[in-house]
Design a protein around this ligand. Sequence first.
Ligand code: ADP
Ligand code: MG
Length: 230
Amino acid sequence: LHTEMVRLDRLNLVGQMAAGIAHEIRNPMTTVRGYLQLIGEKTQDMGQKSTLHFMIEELDRANTIIKEFLTLAKSHKPNYQVFNLNTLLQNLHPLIEADSFTQNKHIRFTPGDIPDIGISPKDITQMVLNICRNGLEAMSEGGCLTIQTYKKNHTVVLAIKDEGHGIPKELLEKLGTPFFTTKESGTGLGLSICYKIAKSHNARIDVLSSPEGTQFLISFPLQSMLISSD
Ligand code: ADP
Ligand code: MG
């Protein structure tokens, strides 16, 4: 037990240092970004303008990686509230719709009759957004993303289904591994964050996938997280 605790402490220390460094790197990056933007506004050279634009985009990408890494590395205490998933999804709908609209894809939301549960709305919002964005990214134009909620046995299920290209069987087990991505400019951190959030909610994530599409099933226990949050 003792060595186990020392090991955990050491892991925490490495995690804390990594998070600290990641945080510190963001400040100089912001400065550099500001200067690049300034030069870009001043120059008349179109070639230089587009190079600067590319550099800013790359900086933003690095910033996203750091931001997501921090979300993953930081130990934060979720702020559990009694909440209805349907309310959360209704509030999120315009945001997901905005994403899908620019890509010419559709969203269908079918709320079921579900009881309130103890969740951290901020965390679950992030989880839903991450999974929906993956679904939208996997689909070609005209595809539909279906979001459903229902009660099943002793759980409340949130189902997010896309009509995308699916996930090959040999890659399914890699889902949630930090930095695993098949996208050219992906971070591979979105699902890791989802699994971390699911764990803190005692929820489970099941993934069903075929070449016709992918379904993420997130099952929340009915028993309130409010009881076990302290
Ligand atoms: P990222 O989106 O940055 O690649 P994620 O952690 O969100 O990172 O996803 C990891 C990988 O899992 C993706 O690169 C993709 O290969 C696969 N994936 C996740 N969701 C889906 C989906 N709905 N359809 C197809 N592939 C998916
Ligand atoms: Mg993603």
